[in-house]
Design a protein around this ligand. Sequence first.
Ligand code: GAL
Length: 695
Amino acid sequence: MPIERLGSLSWRCALVALGLLLAGAAGAAQPALLVGTAWYPEQWPQSRWPKDLALMQAAHLDVVRVGEFAWSTMEPREGEYDFAWLDRAIAAAARHHIYVVIGTPTAAPPAWLTSKYPDTLRVAEDGTRAEHGNRQQFSFSSPRYRELARQLVTRLAVRYGHNPDVIGWQIDNELGPPSFDAETRRQFHAWLQRKYGNIASLNRHWTTAYWSQTYDSFDEVPMHSQDENPGLLLDFRHFVTDTWTSYVANQVTALRAYADPRQFITTNTTYWGNQFDQHILSRELDMAAWDEYVPDGHFVWLDQAVQQDLVRGYKNRDFWVMETQPAFVNWWPVNRALPPYAMRELAWQAVGHGANAVLYWQWRSALNGQEQYHGTLLGADGTPVPAYGVVREIAAQMARAAAAIAGTSPRSAVAMLQSYDSRWAIDFQRQQADFRVVKEFDAFYAPLERYAQSVDVISPDTPLTGYRLVVAPALNVLTAAEARHLADYVRAGGHLVLGPRSGMKDAYDALWPQRQPGPLTSLLGGRVEQYYALDSPVPLAGVLGSGQASIWAEALSVRDPAAKVLMRYGQSGQSSDGNGWLDGKPAVISRAVGKGSITYIGAWLDPALMQNVMDDSLRAAHVTPLVAGVSANVEVCERVGAGKRVWILINHGDSTHTIRLPSPAAPLLAGDDTARTASVTLAPHSIHVLEAPLQ
Ligand code: GAL
């Protein structure tokens, strides 16, 4: 269909949609909490669909995601579109009260496209051009690919943008690898030119006099993702972020031109993915979504909780778990199954941290294709496998709780700052191979989450008003603007804690010409005299207890009488255990600033000591737990809004615990949602969801 006709068509669709808008999924009102699955109708005969959908309905599933790899079915030949099957699939789902999210199929271009336009293929850093037969084989910067994608996505938007059963769009699938082809290099050079204006500025910020790297023109700049000048490496990541962002924006624009505003637009991201800055890319989207996997099958609740909070922080609002595993995956060395109780805990934890939907990947395995061994809800024979029963139970319970969840979200008094620039900068030059930024982040997160029971994970430029405590574990890149932002927060009465390696680099990944924490040194009233990579632990002790530092330790100094030393290395006469440079030197210092404070922790602390230090910061900031007196294996989540509080209590452990709630609440899962209780007994691995009015 010629593009100029799309406008009038959308008009007609709009009129039709008006009548249907309130009657999605065959008349049902969309629940506030949805459970669903990834369904690939194009892989199965249409005669099979009613059976699949009836089984989904019997499992209380509310939503299917379809289409995200179906380009060759939607456009079998260039310019020849076939959406009739998708029309039927959506209508069939609606007959079973199942909503649809359409994935734009651009993660898997058809063979005709890549054969006819080989320039759209991604080139790896070693120069190898991708071939057909896998997915993500396209170049993210290719103008031709974007144009082909735009044409297809526009047609999808025109056709389904007003469909009452289509509630949202997922753009592409797990955006990831950049391309190193000639066009990308040209765009990188143009990007650098826009950023720096003239080559002298680039040379200055990257200190290219080093090793004769001086460039005479932007065209001379190489394009690498590792083993390069740190300034170049950080700029390459920024360029990749901007390129993926414009890749997404291309499709968002196509969708928004024709789709109802009620249809959300998202993309699904990978766990702890760091190919690009998710905060920046998420600005294009209405909602964040992620694919939650526990590939080794061992669910560690804090490891997953932090990722839920990370994703919530992409847009500082509720999100979706767009994919999660029915028991096991197929891409780990040993694809152990999550036990049934862990599947339940994982799903409810997601909701507790702000997810409004949990979708299982996938419904039924294609009979052939690369993922035959992945966990599913149906077997190859088309009948339920054991995971189906667990998902049915989860979905039934979520259906009971959905009305209470409506209008609620997690709230936190504590924020952790997650900076992609810092993460990248440390990864470019670890200095201690075991200094894994995510691991260090987790080491700070665990005691904060255990005590406060709610932590926001946000980017360093997010407004901080309302947070009592802000913790930045390794804010290695600290721009001048971020430093001002953090200093303002402290001066306004906030409590800021910086972890090791903070405040070392500027926005260009160049060293600040003052010691750490760079532009926050005078506010801190102290500084890092020297940093040390450790290959064995070093003792440290002080008013917050005693313990060990490992992996990384910085010797601090106090330069302002108002700054206090809270911990020192080798204080207890064990200096021979130290590295010789750290003995007796300050390891943790803090300075009160009006009603606020700034604290610098110079070492990677052992877990017990980290708990002490974080407890101290939490107390100083007057943070209180949501529910007091809870044992370490019980996770407390709270969603607040619309005049109510919903508590989601999850016992991840093997023993029974009884906890007292701050106010009487109605249990929602037990079958009686009217009898209020202020005390809950949690059997091992049990989940309780309770609702109380907001007082
Ligand atoms: C995801 C991907 C899905 C499927 C799944 C298997 O990363 O988005 O398409 O491959 O992994 O675990």
